[in-house]
Design a binder for this molecule. Structure first.
Ligand SMILES: Nc1nc2c(ncn2[C@@H]2O[C@H](COP(=O)(O)OP(=O)(O)OP(=O)(O)O)[C@@H](O)[C@H]2O)c(=O)[nH]1
Ligand SMILES: [Mg+2]
Length: 227
């Protein structure tokens, strides 16, 4: 399996609402959503092999704006795209109003921006999906929005927890990949999925095997070396 990390990525800007975001419909978007502290910013940085690209914090609730990063077209045919770090929802220490504002910002973004080629729903692998993840998944299904669950902090799970998580996610029925932003585990697998989703089939270089981006088949084999 060949994976190509994003290189030459630069920070484009932070925006307070969907209306303020760069509007070029020609540039595909890869968006990261998930609860606060789940590892969205870390994962974005991992895909670029750039430790602090999307500033991560031990303090939850760090990302409060829609943060855009530009990926230039790659020499092997990858298109230019935007990586978008969305604000984390569900941070208990914020006021209810602030939490609702953040949820609203994310919902509004997903509803109004049409060229999100893949939505990466980030969740700590030690957690099961909550009402927010259920509602995002339902929204994706309703709008035929390609998505994948990225289950982070895999390095923090023991063998029993890994086996339980694998069983749970295989039964849950959405595409998923276990990742660790600490060790890099699973990051190439996720990149492979991303690359196959954002490229048109006619743009695939001959050495990349095409897989269906909707089947999740390339993810459901996490048992190969985990459990
Ligand atoms: N061990 C471990 N720690 C991780 C991993 N991913 C993220 N973290 C840590 O989890 C904390 C939160 O990570 P962030 O990437 O800032 O999370 P976020 O989802 O962007 O958080 P908000 O911006 O608050 O929504 C940081 O201390 C990270 O170093 C992982 O895979 N393994
Ligand atoms: Mg963040």
């Amino acid at each position: 399996m060949r994976a190509e990390y994003f290189t030459g990525v630069t920070y484009k800007g932070s925006y307070a609402s969907a209306d303020d975001c760069p509007s070029s419909a020609a540039i595909p978007i890869l968006a990261f959503t998930g609860r606060s502290n789940s590892g969205k910013s870390s994962l974005l940085s991992s895909l670029c092999r750039h430790a602090n690209l999307a500033r991560t914090s031990k303090k939850a609730g760090k990302t409060r704006t829609l943060n855009y990063f530009s990926v230039p077209p790659s020499s092997s045919g990858g298109p230019g795209l935007y990586l978008v770090d969305l604000p984390g929802y569900g941070y208990a220490a914020l006021s209810l109003t602030e939490r609702e504002q953040i949820r609203h910002m994310v919902d509004e973004y997903l509803a109004s921006v049409k060229n999100v080629k893949l939505l990466i729903i980030v969740l700590d692998a030690r957690r099961e999906p909550g009402p927010e993840e259920n509602s995002i998944r339902a929204w994706c299904d309703m709008h035929a929005q390609p998505h994948v669950f990225a289950l982070t902090k895999w390095d923090k799970l023991g063998n029993k927890e890994r086996a339980a998580a694998l069983k749970f996610w295989n039964a849950w029925g959405s595409p998923f990949v276990f990742v660790s932003n600490e060790t890099g585990y699973g990051v190439e697998k996720l990149l492979y999925k991303v690359r196959n989703t954002v490229r048109r089939p006619d743009e695939l270089p001959p050495d990349v095997i095409s897989v269906s981006s909707d089947s999740g088949a390339d993810f459901d084999d996490a048992s190969e070396d985990d459990a």
